[in-house]
Design a protein around this ligand. Structure first.
Ligand SMILES: Nc1nc2c(ncn2[C@@H]2O[C@H](COP(=O)(O)OP(=O)(O)O)[C@@H](O)[C@H]2O)c(=O)[nH]1
Ligand SMILES: [Mg+2]
Length: 318
């Protein structure tokens, strides 16, 4: 830090530490640049402040204006064991499905933006909670405020289509809509599910059959009826599977396992991943672990690279 900077400069620096928005930060740094005297000793500082401004401006470019103002309406932070977003055209039954799966109605018209904002509900699956996001219909004026960001972020996309003689057309349109936001292989097949709702409309059974045949190698198609509660339980299981997570219960040596609240890990995680999740000190201190697996393992001693499965009980020894 070069000496002989005026006191004003340090005042601005203090403000910068507390600044929250990008605009605030940019204007504070610009003030700092105006205050700094120019000489050899300050060259480096000026350079780095200018670079900071450039970076902030770039960041600002990337975030559309409106999204910054209404983050909570158009961007929902992840919660629970995973995030599933329901997308589709109006009347497909997105809201009905989110209500049926979570057991909590999605309120309508509570305030003017309800139908245009994202809404979250938690779905209980056995002993964990999965976050469901209900969305406004695609093609709405506000779609671009949430669509790209949310579908890239979600752990699973439930493309929701109401059964009709146009399922294939709707499917193609939705996939087209997603394409620019999901570069090749960014989301796996598992992560994009096709939920065909209104299975009760039997006059379109033939259309469903043809659609299933045409898409069978690309996606899992799950026909359901939110209204008549058909396959809703199966859908819950498929959503859980699509998240590719496992639940691990921890056990303290000499005590009973804690079966109330599992640790949630990615499928394929090993003992070391699990140890770190239970307590960060365990990563260093762990010597070995014991694993219980229903009907298979009874407290088997394992090392850190042992791959875990859903519902394993783990006891870390340090
Ligand atoms: N026949 C039938 N109608 C349904 C079903 N699920 C929802 N609906 C109706 O379809 C309409 C649109 O549902 P909604 O959940 O608001 O769709 P969204 O616009 O995708 O959120 C409503 O009138 C629902 O009652 C279903 O399984 N079968
Ligand atoms: Mg809706």
């Amino acid at each position: 830090m070069p000496a002989n900077l005026p006191p004003d400069y340090f005042e601005e620096e203090k403000k910068l530490r507390q600044a929250k928005t990008i605009d605030e930060k940019i204007s504070i740094i610009e003030n700092m640049l105006a205050i700094i005297p120019h000489h050899k000793g300050t060259d480096k500082l000026i350079g780095s402040l200018r670079a900071k401004v450039a970076k902030l401006k770039e960041e600002k470019e990337r975030k559309p204006q409106v999204q910054r103002k209404s983050d909570s309406l158009y961007n929902i932070k992840k919660d629970g064991a995973g995030q599933v977003i329901f997308i589709g055209f109006p009347n497909a039954g997105k809201s009905s499905l989110v209500s049926a799966l979570s057991g909590e109605p999605v309120e309508i018209a509570d305030y003017p933006y309800t139908t245009r904002a994202l809404q979250q509900r938690m779905m209980r699956y056995e002993d964990i909670q999965i976050q469901l996001i209900d969305t406004p219909a695609l093609g709405d004026d506000n779609t671009n405020m949430w669509f790209g960001n949310m579908i890239r972020k979600a752990d699973c996309i439930a493309v929701t289509i109401g059964l009709s003689d146009a399922i294939d057309v709707e499917y193609e349109l939705i996939m087209e809509e997603m394409k620019p936001h999901l570069p090749y292989l960014q989301k796996s097949e598992r992560e994009i599910l096709i939920v065909v709702n209104k299975l009760d409309l039997v006059e379109y059974s033939k259309n469903l059959e043809e659609f299933e045949k045409a898409t069978e190698n690309r996606h899992k198609v799950i026909p359901v009826s939110a209204k008549n509660d058909v396959n809703i339980h199966q859908l819950k299981e498929i959503l859980f599977d699509s998240l590719e997570i496992i639940r691990i219960y921890s056990k303290i040596p000499g005590k009973k396992p804690d079966l109330d609240v599992p640790f949630v890990l990615k499928k394929g995680s090993n003992i070391l991943d699990c140890a770190g999740k239970i307590h960060k000190d365990f990563i260093e201190k762990m010597r070995y672990a014991k694993v219980w697996r229903k009907g298979k393992l009874e407290g088997m001693m394992v090392s850190r690279d042992f791959i875990l499965e859903d519902k394993d009980i783990v006891e870390i020894h340090i």
